[in-house]
Write a protein that binds this ligand. Sequence first.
Ligand SMILES: Cc1ncc(COP(=O)(O)O)c(C=O)c1O
Length: 361
Amino acid sequence: MRPTRAIVRLDHVVHNLRVAARLAPGSKNVPVIKANAYGHGAVEVARALAPHAPVLAVAFIDEAMALREAGIDHPLLVLQGPSQARDVATAATNDFWLMLHEPGQVRWVAEARLSTPITTWLKIDTGMHRLGLSGDQVRPALDRLRESGNTLGDTVVATHLSRADEPDHDFTRDQLALFAEQTNGLALPRSIANSAGILGWPDAHADWNRPGYMLYGHCPTNASSPGGPAAELRPAMTLTSEIISVRELAPDEGVGYGQRWRAERPSRIGTVAIGYGDGYPRHAPNGTPTWVGCMRAPLVGTVSMDMITIDLTDIPAASVGDTVELWGENVSVNEVAACAGTIGYELLAGLTGRVPLEYSS
Ligand SMILES: Cc1ncc(COP(=O)(O)O)c(C=O)c1O
């Protein structure tokens, strides 16, 4: 069996949710498990988190249905709301909560004939300019929902921060001020903070927070060495493979496609069974760290579909069969992402189905 796998510590995910809860003791949390729980396996993560959170969040209805079909019966908040009118009835029969971001969705809910009312959230655009009602659309939407009798309890008013990962940025202050103005006088629960908001913006903590990336053990604000509250987070995934071949290179010999790396000294090169077909970033340059034994070993040469090559010259004991960590406990996914010109979110969510997920708790 191919040795490549991602080992997921569900106890770390639960620990990270507790960190989010401790940082914002007055808020409830909606753990975000969209995109297969950021690559960690939505069903398993949902099972682990359900006892610790009143509701879990996915991006769209199909993700919510897939969880139901897998036996997850916990309430699910659908962050993009209904994709078509009939999704509203699906939500009512499946205990999906709908985040409505657009007047057409409000109309679908108001006009639906439902056997049971549904929980709704209303998303307001405070500057992200991606989704959300404008300030003047909020009160008419709330009136329409209330009059329809199709909504259960209070509608939560929500917004999303676009620059919360930039410490102390004025734009986040502007978004918070605008949200306060747009929702002034509404006696309704509020939701603002994602991970970056929870970790860095106490003023964004509201009735409901929506942690995603931090649950998986990473800080959205910092490439490699988070300080402050993020230091308490524990990486949930360790992506590993093994050395499947080792060879000696003379100075000036090149490695891999395009010979993008050439030996400057007599070198030992290890070939590792992982590549971009698994989700390892094709653009990772020479020098991107991996972890072998108890040392860093730099990537050398172009990432192939099924393999990478690493420089083992300074780790003479390393040999075929040794484990290589691509990211996890010893090499932060944020650091690998920074080397490859992307973000850890993309690497985690981009793991392909070729990589088996193994759960260690
Ligand atoms: C509306 C909404 N809330 C919360 C989150 C979680 O964000 P993060 O993973 O940065 O915590 C997301 C993720 O993109 C989102 O779209």
